[in-house]
Design a protein around this ligand. Structure first.
Ligand code: PL4
Length: 406
């Protein structure tokens, strides 16, 4: 047999979300009567909205005709969609450094793009992450060999940038490594914190000083309601020289199962030898990816029409109202929490407690599934993440049940 990829052996545990599913199944085996409600995984629940649904079904139907059939498309995505993403989602934002359509690469989702970006940059760059953070940044880095073994508190070779109540969930930037990758997510998963313009300016300045590169995950940008908060890193001067942005249709229009996202790789982004990151990313996409589904792309295109944008707004408002209900409940219970106003996640503090213990207690006492903060990194210990994705009646019932927590 072949030897195992030694980096796989460095991973300390299973991937967070399957582990939650495993514990949930185990609980149900001993409590089959439990009607569990999930405020755990950030998985959308509401149906695809009418205008976007029509575009998807039309696209599927056209495939059944000789005239309308299409096979492989461009790996980078339909040009009309790339243009619309640039025009509608970027070039109207205040202070934006304009995005050209050939800087937009359509994909099958932000998570998949993060994995391909890890292939692009390889194992030889130092990696920094906000702590806590979406597990793919760290686990993917471990898998490609950009990080060493677990040392009891974190993976060797990963710089953890703690985001705590004390620093307002924005990290100390001086610890960013030179000539490395910095994963940065705003609105943040899991803390729900949204970086201000001044904070992102400081991030860009520090990263440029260190000659590093930001992978900016803006998967929740459409939940931002405060007009002064930046939705894109390219609203910050200089970001086109130091940042890649990944984004997704998953959460704003419920495409978690349909699968559609995009990355922005500016043409002004250069390696230290002056060669183009955009050209290399194009090479990665054309080599390792065969383009997003043509049906999904028609749905994304429709989502960026005036009707689609109205539906997107309504859907994200719906989840934000869920978030408000959850946060209000926790606050009334005296649990300190942040997030949930420009983000679909609420980050709740249970001082002195182990996150997995609180997870189990909430599951057993309230029949509600949440996500243990420690699964997002060492600084997530003693926190619990609540997701606002759910049917309204389930969220209301979950809020009632959470009051049983003692
Ligand atoms: C569970 C910051 C959720 N199995 O759907 P995509 O691939 O376009 O976007 C994934 C993604 C990208 N960036 C951030 C995210 O939070 C997510 C989705 N995260 C969560 O509960 O944290 C779903 C997670 C899924 C997964 O591992 O992604």
């Amino acid at each position: 047999m072949v030897p195992r990829n030694p980096h796989m052996a460095h991973l300390t545990a299973g991937y967070l979300f399957p582990e939650i599913a495993r514990r949930r199944r185990e609980f149900l085996r001993s409590h089959p009567e439990a009607q569990l409600i999930s405020l755990g995984i950030g998985n959308t629940t509401e149906p695809i909205t009418p205008h976007i649904d029509l575009a998807l079904t039309d696209a599927a139907r056209r495939l059944g005709t000789r005239e309308g059939y299409t096979g492989y498309g461009e790996e980078q995505g339909m040009m009309a969609l790339r243009e619309r993403i640039a025009q509608v989602l970027y070039n109207q934002l205040p202070g934006i450094d304009p995005i050209a359509p050939d800087e937009v690469f359509v994909s099958d989702g932000a998570k998949c793009d993060i994995g391909r970006l890890q292939v692009l940059f390889g194992y030889h760059l130092p990696v920094a992450v906000q702590d806590p953070s979406y597990p793919v940044y760290v686990d993917g880095s471990v898998i490609i060999g950009a990080a060493g073994p677990w040392n009891g508190t974190g993976y060797e070779g990963i710089t953890y940038l703690p985001c705590t109540a004390e620093n307002g969930y924005f990290p100390e930037l001086s610890r960013i490594p030179s000539k490395g990758l910095v994963y940065f997510c705003s609105p943040n998963n899991p803390t729900g914190a949204v970086a201000s313009r001044a904070q992102l300016e400081a991030l860009v300045e520090e990263v440029r000083k260190k000659r590093s590169l930001i992978i900016f995950d803006a998967a929740y940008a459409e939940f931002i309601r405060d007009p002064v908060l930046p939705k894109s890193i390219y609203q910050i001067p200089g970001a086109k020289e130091c940042a890649i942005e990944v984004n997704s249709f998953s959460k704003p229009i419920g495409f978690t199962g349909v699968r559609l996202g995009w990355s922005i790789v500016p043409k002004t982004l250069r390696y230290e030898d002056g060669t183009s990151v955009n050209a290399d990313w194009n090479r990665i996409c054309t080599t390792l990816f065969n383009g997003a589904s043509n049906i999904a792309q028609q749905g994304g295109y429709a989502a960026l029409s005036p009707k689609g944008l109205t539906e997107m707004r309504r859907l994200t408002d719906f989840y934000l109202e869920n978030a408000r209900l959850i946060r209000a409940t926790l606050t009334e219970m005296g649990i300190s929490c942040v997030g949930g106003d420009n983000s679909p996640y609420i980050w709740a503090h249970f001082p002195g407690r182990d996150s997995w213990d609180v997870f189990s207690q909430i599951m057993e006492q309230c029949w509600v599934i949440c996500t243990p903060g420690s699964g997002f990194g060492p600084a997530g210990q003693s926190f619990i993440r609540f997701s606002a994705f759910g049917h309204r009646e389930d969220v209301e019932e979950a809020c009632r049940r959470l009051r049983r927590f003692r």
